[in-house]
Write a protein that binds this ligand. Structure first.
Ligand SMILES: Nc1ncnc2c1ncn2[C@@H]1O[C@H](COP(=O)(O)OP(=O)(O)O)[C@@H](O)[C@H]1O
Ligand SMILES: [Mg+2]
Length: 450
């Protein structure tokens, strides 16, 4: 069995590791943006390339003739790599371009939910213009919507992939109606439309599902930490760390919340089949927020999250290649998927100046050789030189995952290993701590109080 993995980060390494635990052991070929230590150790071949150049990936696939491909990141999925690979006879665990609009267009996702009666949207409108004359009117309409209809509590969303940097919130990134209207117009200038929606209040979480057509099988729920610094302060990042609990729910969620999130993923898969006329095959990532009025949808992604994949994949006890094959064949059933009843905490080691700057790019990071049994280490934007030296890139460097019977054990394991990594790097000490989790539980309790 030959598998082609397309990877740009530590998430790819978590996928590779899970695939290689399958029996019989597959041969893994990787198209990767970085010369990753983990991938070099695990794969039969790693080709370092620009994975957004679809033609190059297709060329590599033609040479290898893999049984299937697994596309990890959003950009090549959104650009239609699955369509291109399937044209040369390589089935993909990743949705085709029309289906991937669930992530690539936030307007498409909101409208799909509305059209198929899937509740969970905040109040929203998708704005666009057809002629230059309409621009002034459009500006007035958007201002009116933000100021009066949404009462100054709004979110402006770029309507295309933007690497997690296209969403701006009133009161946080947008302090005046002028700057908000200006940003909304910039979005329209760049991609034709903009989504403006109600700003929800609550606690966010992710629920990812394996999907094959209308069959969905959930993974453990995960909570991410987007802000750069402890106590959720600072700029938004790709995600500084995540945790998942041994019961596969989260301490601040009710059973109903988790069921609601699961039902959303299921209904989205069915709506996509109906709307696009072909089955979604891959990973569906629901980004949710638990509010006083129940669970609402923040966004959908068409792939594993990074770091979410680092939490859940090490817990997968069943054969990942069999899961992928079932996704491709349309035979996905819950009995194929079982996760260990363990808690995980992932803390991302990043360059010190991340995300604002890339001052540490090219500098060395030292990681202890000996990794404890309850820790997993996944390399992101770190290149291995021929000398074996690990060189930092500008983005998130190393995902350190602690695994334990309780969140506390998992947190301690991740924290202890992170403290041993040296170089011009940092990480968030608060992720997964008892205090940090209690804050989220308290906030949810306060919101739910009548
Ligand atoms: N309607 C909303 N209400 C409150 N916060 C939101 C809303 N939409 C997005 N956000 C915040 O902005 C972040 C990024 O938005 P999201 O839709 O997930 O886009 P992306 O991940 O592509 O940047 C979310 O994690 C959340 O914190
Ligand atoms: Mg998001």
């Amino acid at each position: 069995m030959k598998i082609l993995l397309i990877s740009n980060s530590a998430r790819g390494e978590a996928i590779a590791e899970a695939l290689l635990r399958s029996q019989p052991t597959p041969e893994l070929f990787v198209a990767s943006t970085v010369r990753s230590l983990g991938l070099m150790r695990m794969a039969k071949e790693v080709q370092v390339m620009d994975i957004d150049s679809l033609a190059k990936v297709v060329q590599m696939a033609k040479g290898i003739k893999p049984d299937f491909a697994f596309i990890a990141p959003d950009d090549p999925i959104g650009a239609g790599l699955a369509d291109r690979l399937e044209c040369v006879g390589v089935p993909c665990v990743a949705p085709k371009k029309t289906l991937a609009r669930i992530e690539a267009s936030k307007g498409f996702a909101r409208n799909l939910m509305k059209k198929y009666g899937i509740e969970g949207n905040p109040r929203f409108r998708v704005f666009s213009f057809s002629s230059m004359d309409a621009k002034r009117q459009l500006d007035l309409d958007m201002r009116h919507y933000m100021e009066y209809e949404l009462k100054g509590q709004y979110v402006v969303k770029y309507d295309a992939l933007k690497g997690g940097k296209g969403v701006k919130l009133s009161g946080e990134h947008l302090s005046t109606i002028d700057s908000s209207a200006q940003y909304a117009m910039e979005c329209i200038d760049q991609c034709g439309t903009v989504v403006i929606e109600e700003k929800l209040i609550g606690v966010e979480f992710s629920l990812l599902s394996f999907v094959s057509g209308t069959a969905t099988v959930d993974m453990p729920a995960v909570q991410d930490h987007k802000r750069a610094h402890d106590d959720d302060i600072g700029a938004n990042t790709g995600g500084m760390g995540t945790y998942s609990d041994s019961n596969h729910s989260l301490p601040f969620l009710t059973e109903e919340d988790l069921k609601a999130a699961s039902a959303f993923n299921c209904r989205i898969a069915a709506a996509l089949l109906e709307e696009c006329g072909e089955p979604y095959k891959g990973i569906l990532y629901g980004g949710f927020i638990a509010t006083k009025d129940g669970v609402k949808v923040i966004e959908y992604n068409a792939r594993f999250g990074d770091p979410e994949a680092l939490n859940v994949l090490p817990l997968l006890e069943t054969d990942f290649v069999s899961v992928c094959q079932a996704i491709l064949k349309g035979t996905l059933t819950p009995d194929l998927v079982r996760f260990a009843a363990k808690a995980t905490v992932c803390k991302y080691i990043t360059p010190k100046s991340y995300p604002e700057d890339k001052k540490e790019k090219g500098q060395t990071v030292l990681v202890p050789e000996k990794i404890p049994e309850n820790v997993r280490v996944f390399y992101g934007d770190v290149s291995m030189l021929d000398t074996g030296t690990l060189q930092l890139g500008g983005s998130r460097s190393i995902g350190v995952v602690g695994i334990g019977d309780t969140l506390h054990d998992a947190e301690q394991a991740a924290q202890a290993f992170c403290e041993k990594i040296t170089g011009p790097v940092r990480f968030r000490s608060d992720i997964g701590t008892v205090e940090s989790i209690q804050k989220r539980v308290d906030l949810m309790q306060k919101l739910r109080r009548p």
